[in-house]
Ligand binder design. Structure first.
Ligand code: HEC
Length: 101
């Protein structure tokens, strides 16, 4: 019985700490997003403030790996040299649209 309780506790702890961008801070991500004018192209493509690109029906990103990959591609477009840490920040920020667990 004790063992079962311990297993349940362990599982709960693992779920609670499951964060796809453990090194990221969403607020810092927002600052970077604005600094690099990330939505400038997206807005030109889709209108509005551009964030519709993250919620469009056929969006490309479905998991954390794809999100980091797209952040790399897009930051390359603007010649921004993001650190792995910056990518985590942007991932944490953009996860408000993707809700990746
Ligand atoms: C030079 C223009 C341009 C800039 C600047 C740009 N993007 Fe993009 N972004 C695109 C295009 C084009 C797509 C669509 C790619 C596709 O559909 O294959 C896209 C798509 C994305 C997606 C995927 C959306 C989806 O479908 O799920 C993410 C995430 C993203 N951009 C993040 C960023 C971030 C973060 C920045 C700033 C560092 C940025 N973008 C700056 C052009 C740009």
């Amino acid at each position: 019985m004790k063992l079962l309780a311990a297993i349940i506790l362990l599982c709960a702890a693992a779920t609670a700490s499951a964060n796809p961008f453990p090194g990221g801070n969403a607020q810092t991500g927002k600052v970077l997003f604005d600094k690099y004018k990330c939505n400038s192209c997206h807005a030109a493509m889709l209108g509005g403030d551009g964030s519709a690109i993250f919620t469009r029906a056929n969006r490309k990103v479905h998991d954390a790996g794809e999100l980091i990959e797209q952040i790399k591609i897009c930051s390359g477009n603007v010649g921004a040299h993001l650190s792995a840490q910056d990518e985590q920040h942007l991932g944490a920020y953009l996860n408000r649209y993707y809700n990746i667990k």
